[in-house]
Design a protein around this ligand. Structure first.
Ligand SMILES: [Zn+2]
Length: 255
């Protein structure tokens, strides 16, 4: 039997899937989405938690624009429209220059949630994928910077790569529906992840559209106790603790 060459699968459902609405009809978005998928295949993202490290040059190539600030701006349209995520290797938001959190200059991680499963890798490899980075592969980049990226990537990432997806990972666009509502983003995220299963169940039961259910239920939440109001503060504290732990680890490593 002839060997099937490596390929990225674009599902038919991309045309109307809730997670990729608007992508198919938009030349730039569809092109970036496809290039990212091809690069994810090349870099074995299925073995590394559905994500892969990439450089500023990679992102410019994926966005077909230059410099990195423009590439990030263009890619942001895609990350808004789909579950695709671009972060610094430390998990902080991607920025064109030095990362404000870890100080690393332009080293990124691109994530396509559910990549291995959707591309059909999980069935072949068994249930678990992505637990150990595999730096040695035929196409792995060999520059010292790429090695550094991979070494950095091998560090445990608290809160990243967790197999259990949050509701918001599955439905990133719902956050946009709340943009005009009271509350900061952290509160809205926490609420969506908490209320997600109810929204999903009611949507499937035909009780309304995503937009109707999300805004209606969020308004109801605003009228109540707003128990997620402190979510932003909790996130900041968690991030601070994490940064301190990482600094300790780095110091222990250096001595
Ligand atoms: Zn960083």
């Amino acid at each position: 039997m002839p060997r099937v060459k490596p390929h990225f699968k674009l599902h038919v459902s991309i045309q109307n899937h809730q997670k990729t609405l608007g992508v198919y009809a938009d030349d730039a978005l569809l092109a970036m989405y496809t290039r990212i998928g091809v690069m994810a295949i090349e870099r074995f993202a299925d073995r590394t938690g559905d994500s892969f490290p990439c450089s500023a040059k990679d992102l410019c190539r994926l966005a077909t624009t230059w410099p990195i600030s423009n590439a990030l701006r263009k890619l942001e349209r895609l990350t808004t429209a789909t579950p695709v995520r671009i972060d610094c290797l430390c998990g902080a938001p991607a920025v064109p220059g030095d990362c404000g959190s870890c100080g690393t200059p332009a080293a990124f991680r691109l994530s396509m949630p559910n990549f291995a499963k959707k591309q059909g890798f999980k069935e072949r490899n068994g249930a678990e994928t992505g637990d150990s980075p595999t730096p040695d592969s035929a196409v792995s980049p060999s520059t010292s910077q790429e090695h550094a990226l991979r070494a950095c990537r091998a560090e445990p990432q608290v809160g990243q790569d967790s197999p259990a997806e949050t509701f918001l990972d599955e439905h990133p666009k719902l956050l946009n529906l709340l943009s005009k509502q009271t509350g900061d983003e952290a509160e809205k995220r926490a609420w969506l992840n908490d209320e997600g299963p109810v929204l999903e169940a009611d949507y499937k039961a035909g009780r309304g559209t995503w937009m109707q259910l999300t805004t209606r239920y969020y308004r109801r939440y605003l009228q109540g106790q707003r128990k997620h109001r402190e979510a932003g503060e909790r996130e900041r504290l968690t991030a601070a603790v994490r940064a301190a732990e990482e600094a300790d680890r780095a110091a222990a490593h250096a001595s």
